[in-house]
Write a protein that binds this ligand. Structure first.
Ligand SMILES: NC(=O)c1ccc[n+]([C@@H]2O[C@H](COP(=O)([O-])OP(=O)(O)OC[C@H]3O[C@@H](n4cnc5c(N)ncnc54)[C@H](O)[C@@H]3O)[C@@H](O)[C@H]2O)c1
Length: 294
C-alpha cells in the first residue's frame, strides 16, 4: 500500500518552468502543501495554479546559490507550513563548456553552473536537514543527469558519432567533451545523494536522486537550437513522466529505498524500476536492513 503524501510539505527548487514545475504540480495533486523558489518572476504565478488542487502553496523569487535567500525561504516555509517533509533539489543551469575555454568564460561557467547545480543543492540540503531530523524523518530527491551513466554528448554535437560503437542510445558512461563544468556539477549529485543517504538513514530521512535523461524543456531546446526536430523531440521524456516517478519514490514511505540514483536514461522506460541491490549505500553502511523492517 503506497504511503500517502496528503498534508506533507514539499519544497521544489527551480519550479517556474520545465521539470520543476511538473514536480510541484504532481506533489500538489498528491495532497502536499508546496513551497517553490526560482530566479524567474513567473514563479509567483504558480501558487494560484497549485492551490486549485486544494492544497496551500507559497512562492519566492530567489537564487538557490545565495545562502541568505535559502535560509529565509526555508524559515518562511517552516513558518507557513510548520516544517518541511520533502525537498526536491531541481534548480539547474546548463550550457556548453570545455577544457580549452579561456579563464574568464570558465569562471562565469563555474559560478553559474556549479553555483546553482551543486552549491544550491548543498545549501538547500543543509537548510532543511536539521528540521527534518527534529520532525523524525523526511525525503530528499536530487536531480542529477544520465551523463553519469551514459556518454552525455547530444548526438547532434558529438564529434565522434561516425566511429562511436554506441551511436544508438542509450550510450555508455563517460560524460561529454562539451559538458565538463555541467557534468562536474551534476556528478556531484551522486556524491551528495550517497553521503546524505548514509548519514541520514538513522534519522529516517531517505535521500535518492534521478539520473535524468533527455526531457523536453526549454533547457534542452535552447541548448540544441535548430538541431531540434519533431522526430528528435519525440524521443525525449515529458516533464510529467518523471514527475510521476518522483511521486512514486516518495510514496514508498519511510521503509523505501535510499541512496539510489533512479535510472531514467535516455532510451529507457520512464518508470520507477524495482529497488536495485545497493552498491554504494549498502545495508551495512546505513546499519539498517530496510527489506526486513516493515
Ligand atoms: N531537460 C533535460 O533534458 C535534463 C536532463 C538531465 C537533467 N536535467 C536537470 O533537470 C533540472 C531541471 O531542468 P529543466 O530541463 O526543467 O530546465 P529549465 O531550464 O527548463 O528549468 C530550470 C529552472 O531552474 C531555475 N533556476 C536556474 N538557476 C536557478 C537558481 N540559481 N536559483 C533558483 N532557480 C534557478 C530556472 O529559472 C528554471 O525555472 C535541472 O537540474 C537540469 O540540470 C534536465
Amino acid at each position: 500500500m503506497p504511503a500517502s503524501l496528503i498534508g506533507k510539505t514539499a519544497i521544489v527548487t527551480g519550479a517556474a518552468i520545465g521539470i520543476g514545475r511538473a514536480y510541484a504540480k504532481v506533489l500538489a495533486r498528491e495532497g502536499c502543501n508546496v513551497a517553490v523558489i526560482d530566479i524567474m518572476p513567473e514563479i509567483l504565478e504558480l501558487p494560484n495554479e497549485l492551490e486549485r488542487r486544494g492544497t496551500k502553496a507559497f512562492a519566492v523569487v530567489g537564487d538557490v546559490s545565495d545562502p541568505k535567500v535559502v535560509r529565509q525561504f526555508v524559515d518562511d516555509t517552516n513558518a507557513r507550513f510548520g516544517g518541511v517533509d520533502i525537498l526536491i533539489n531541481n534548480a539547474g543551469k546548463c550550457w556548453v563548456s570545455s577544457s580549452h575555454d579561456d579563464l574568464d568564460k570558465t569562471l562565469a561557467d563555474y559560478d553559474g553552473m556549479v553555483g546553482t547545480n551543486l552549491k544550491g543543492e548543498y545549501l538547500m540540503g543543509r537548510a532543511v536537514i536539521p528540521g527534518m531530523i527534529a520532525r523524525g524523518g523526511g525525503d530528499i530527491v536530487n536531480i542529477g543527469t544520465d551523463h553519469g551513466v551514459t556518454c552525455g554528448s547530444p548526438r547532434e554535437l558529438c564529434p565522434h558519432l561516425d566511429t562511436c560503437p554506441w551511436a544508438d542510445s542509450p550510450r555508455p558512461t563517460g560524460g561529454s567533451v562539451v559538458f565538463d563544468v555541467y557534468d562536474s556539477s551534476k556528478y556531484a549529485t551522486y556524491a551528495l545523494t550517497y553521503a546524505w543517504a548514509k548519514a541520514l538513514r538513522p534519522h529516517n530521512i531517505r535521500v535518492n536522486g534521478m539520473a535524468m535523461g533527455a526531457t523536453d524543456t526549454s533547457m534542452l531546446r535552447n541548448f540544441l537550437g535548430d538541431a531540434v526536430t519533431p522526430e528528435l523531440a519525440a524521443t525525449w521524456m515529458r516533464p510529467e513522466d518523471s514527475a510521476q516517478v518522483v511521486a512514486d519514490i516518495l510514496k514508498e514511505g519511510p521503509n523505501g529505498r535510499t541512496g539510489e540514483m533512479i535510472n531514467l536514461c535516455h532510451g529507457r522506460l520512464t518508470l520507477l524500476e524495482p529497488e536495485r541491490e545497493p552498491i554504494y549505500v549498502t545495508q551495512d553502511s546505513i546499519g539498517y536492513d530496510r527489506r526486513h523492517s516493515a
